[in-house]
Design a protein around this ligand. Structure first.
Ligand code: S3P
Length: 413
């Protein structure tokens, strides 16, 4: 099925969650336009409600409400909500117990526990996973920390805790991940400065509410881009999308695969984020090697890249994608397993993915393990190529992109 027409997507999920959670630092007053309506964003909204703040979906305002007696937070499926909320509560010295659903409680938390412990925070964890609890606080020490993995959630957690530490902290990243936390906090008046690959943070008392209109979600756009590239006759425009360089690695990779993608009307918004329209047309793709260094800038779009590579002529190699094992599911396993079931020529050595295209794909049953990005990748592939797929679960897209099916219908010619 081909796609035609233009569309504006709901606000980016990463930014929506940050705008909601950072109101814990600033108090009431922020006005947030085009917020995402996904279940992960609602998970963040439920968390701030426990802390005496609400989000009014009509006006976009953060308002004050009575504070809850309990400090127990259930972050559902949202890793960003859990890891960032832990950083914020530590920085503010608010005792808490945080948990999540079956997927989130399996995800690794050691990466945030270790630096927070070094800051002098006593965390009770469950075999290095959620539930995590902090019962009380002493002083919070400043920290100089080189990130062992390129993870924006880990980076953000440390930055947010460091806002409440004694003295100057520094986070060093070898490989740059998305920097929405740094940009939004700066806009809110936090004491934070970026110096190359170093982020310097000082104790910040005056964090103020802001007005911000959230650009469209590029990670949701990726599924429409995949569909348009793979279905003959497609031509779509995705308007007003976030295009920060730490998010568009997959667009660069696809362009080097000869994808017909153009960026138009680009500008820098008040948060210093790049924003613009993405024009996509059906393309005959060629294989490419995707280097490990660009993986942090396309970590959520590797399933899309792998699906596109099955329809590209030649051998595509996507290097250094171990982090996929620690997402909402083991995405590395599910990408390879499901594409194999469709008779793609694909294998992994546990680090890299190798795909030989172009291969004819066939009907089968897809295992998604309730992972939204796995479902949407295979749904987009099946619609683009006209192959019937069955799924173990068809509802997970609500976690990040509740309008997914509706938006595809809107773009049907
Ligand atoms: C996110 C960071 C990434 C990404 C996730 C959203 C964020 O996770 O996969 O979907 O908003 O900070 P990691 O930090 O675990 O790489």
């Amino acid at each position: 099925m081909k796609l035609n027409g233009s569309i504006q997507l709901e606000g980016d999920k990463s930014i929506s969650i940050r705008m909601i959670l950072f109101s814990i630092l600033s108090g009431q007053g922020s006005k947030i336009g085009n917020i995402g309506k996904s279940r992960d964003v609602r998970s963040s909204i439920r968390c701030i409600e426990k802390l005496g703040l609400s989000y009014d979906s009509k006006t976009g305002r953060i308002n004050k409400i009575p504070i809850s007696a309990s400090n127990f937070f259930d972050c559902d499926n949202s890793g960003t909500t859990a890891r960032l909320l832990i950083g914020i509560l530590c920085g503010l010295r608010i005792p808490f117990k945080i948990t999540g659903d079956g997927s989130l409680t399996r995800r690794p938390m050691r990466r945030i526990i270790i630096p927070l412990q070094r800051m002098g925070i006593e965390l009770f964890h469950t075999n290095w996973r959620l539930p995590i609890e902090v019962k009380s606080y002493k002083e919070i020490n400043a920290l100089r920390y080189e990130l062992p993995v390129a993870s924006a959630q880990l980076k953000s957690c440390i930055i947010l805790a460091a806002l409440g530490a004694n003295g100057k902290s520094q986070v060093i990243e070898k490989n740059k991940s998305r920097s929405h936390t740094e940009k939004i906090l700066k806009m809110m008046g936090a004491n934070i400065a970026i110096d190359g690959n170093k982020i310097n943070i000082s104790d910040s008392k005056k964090i103020r509410p802001i007005n911000y209109n959230i650009p469209g979600d590029i990670s949701s756009a990726a599924f429409l881009i995949q569909m348009a590239l793979l279905s003959r006759g497609s031509s779509i425009i995705i308007k007003n999308s976030i295009l920060s360089k730490e998010r568009v690695g997959f667009i660069h990779a696809l362009k080097s695969m000869k994808a017909n993608i153009e960026i138009k009307n680009q500008f820098i918004d008040e948060a210093k984020e790049e924003v613009g329209d993405i024009v996509v047309k059906f393309s005959k793709l060629r294989a490419v090697e995707v280097a490990q260094e660009i993986i942090p800038s396309c970590i959520d779009e590797i399933p899309v890249l792998a699906a596109c590579a099955t329809q590209a002529s030649g051998q595509t190699v996507i290097r250094g994608v171990e982090e996929l094992k620690y997402k909402e599911s083991d995405r590395l396993e599910l990408i390879v397993e499901n594409l194999k079931r469709m008779k793609a020529d694909i294998f992994t050595n546990g680090r890299d993915i190798v795909i030989n295209g172009k291969k004819r794909l066939y009907s089968t049953t897809i295992t998604t393990k309730n992972d939204h990005r796995i479902f949407m990748t295979f749904y987009a592939l099946s619609m683009a190529l006209g192959i019937k797929l069955d799924y173990d679960d068809e509802g997970s897209f609500i976690y990040s992109y509740p309008n997914f099916i509706k938006d595809i219908r809107k773009l049907e010619p």
